[in-house]
Design a protein around this ligand. Structure first.
Ligand SMILES: *Cc1c(COP(=O)(O)O)cnc(C)c1O
Length: 412
């Protein structure tokens, strides 16, 4: 990292961090290097590139960018992608993080995780890697202290969680975990917050994982994942696993994700601003039981949010969860009557999305577990996009009117 990089603000970093003009032409964006292999002048003598699963210049450019955004200071001569590693999906990145711990390890995970992560842990890695899993509500301040064991190998955090938007105190949890076992890895899935709003490595986490698919790429046209670390020993091991297991991100997708990240600062500022406005609108609506939004004073962990989520416009992201009055019928009518919000899984794109976790994203979680987490039939999740916010609020207003009309018709 150059001295220059260290002084940059996030809005500048998303354009320049870890980047430089391409050497032969001066091109300001890295070319899409499609070659699978590289010629050598003598056996084993090459320019640091021998086979594209192991090294790809386009992927490196993306990986360096994400590593720097997440606060890694590893120099390029120590690790060629500075502690950033890109994978073919967020789940492939998560698998690679799990490959850092040995079979039979004790793992503590937040109870309210991305559904795919819960499925991977319980239905793939528990049986194949014999993991000893403890799912804990780590939003409770002392929960980590009672859950930690001297042999705990990994603490897996999501904050804010999906879809109940609980927050966990990254610094307190990392300190508590490392106090019991200095070797325990603390990993944070930072997909919801993005480094614009929250930088876990600077708060004591060992690893950050992202689904690039969401806010980072931001345009709903790439599936990808990334791991960032500021520890050279972990970077060396992750590089080895990335090359050995091979779930790398291809050069075209690496280029697209890097292109998407160039506007991350602008996009997240807008997501935060519109998220807060839509949350405030929902909070005053008669048809809404309750709104959960990190940037609202009514959020149970709002004080922590203000400390930990430091992005522009309150740092609350574009993610809102609310409970509609009238149960499943009302929720279904509401979801059928939005026009700008697309009814779809996923989140974090420029376009606004709406979904019903109990039926859609969290259907793979048992009904009992959903009840325990508060994922009821009246829970609706919004991913507020970058459209004009007046249009978005008018769209929600129209859907509420349709719900009231249908409830009125049935009552009469
Ligand atoms: C989408 C998502 C993932 C999985 O990422 P894919 O790119 O879909 O594999 C992991 N964690 C969170 C929080 C997500 O939203």
């Amino acid at each position: 990292m150059s001295e220059h990089d260290k002084d940059m603000k996030m809005d500048t970093m998303v354009v320049h961090a870890g980047q430089r003009p391409e050497e032969t032409t001066g091109a300001v964006m890295p070319p899409i290097f499609t070659a699978s292999t590289y010629s050598q002048v003598s056996p084993g003598v090459h320019k640091g590139f021998d086979y594209s699963r192991a090294q790809n210049p386009t992927r490196y450019a993306l990986e360096r960018m994400v590593a720097r955004l997440e606060g890694s200071t590893i120099a390029e001569n120590i690790d060629p992608s500075c502690g950033g590693f890109a994978f073919s999906s967020g789940m492939a990145a998560t698998c690679t993080a799990l490959d850092l711990i040995s079979a039979g390890s004790h793992v503590i995970a937040m109870d309210d995780l991305y559904g795919g992560t819960t499925r991977l842990l319980r239905q793939v890695r528990q049986p194949t890697q014999n993991l000893d899993l403890s799912f804990i509500d780590l939003s409770k301040p002392d929960a980590i202290k009672s859950a930690m064991r001297p042999d705990t190998a990994l603490v897996w955090l999501e904050t804010p969680t999906n879809p109940t938007l609980k927050l966990a105190d990254i610094k307190a949890i990392a300190d508590a975990a490392h106090a019991v076992n200095p070797k325990c890895l603390v990993a944070v899935d930072n997909t919801f917050a993005t480094p614009i709003n929250q930088r876990p490595l600077t708060l004591g986490a060992d690893l950050v994982v992202h689904s690039l698919t969401k806010y980072m790429n931001g345009h709903s046209d790439v599936i990808g994942g990334v791991i960032a670390t500021n520890r050279a020993d972990l970077a060396e091991r992750i590089r080895f696993i990335q090359k050995s297991a091979g779930a790398v991100l291809g050069p075209f997708d690496s280029y697209l994700a890097l292109r998407g990240i160039k506007t991350l600062g602008l996009r997240v500022a807008r997501h935060n601003e519109s998220g807060l406005r839509v949350a405030k609108y929902l909070e005053t609506h008669d048809s809404v039981e309750r709104v959960v939004y990190v940037g609202l004073a009514s959020h149970p962990h709002h004080a922590l949010a203000k400390r930990q989520m430091v992005g522009p416009n309150g740092g609350g992201t574009g993610m809102i969860t609310f409970f509609i009055k009238g149960g499943l019928d009302a929720a279904r009518t509401f979801l059928e009557n939005v026009r700008i919000f697309a009814l779809a899984e996923s989140l974090g794109g420029v376009e606004s999305l709406i979904e019903h976790p109990a039926i859609m994203t969290h259907a793979s979680i048992s009904a009992e577990m959903r009840a325990e987490l508060g994922i009821t039939d009246s829970l609706i999740r919004l991913s507020v996009g970058i459209e004009n916010c007046d249009d978005l609020i008018a769209d929600l207003d129209g859907a509420f009117a349709a719900v009231n009309k249908s409830l009125g018709v049935r009552a009469g």
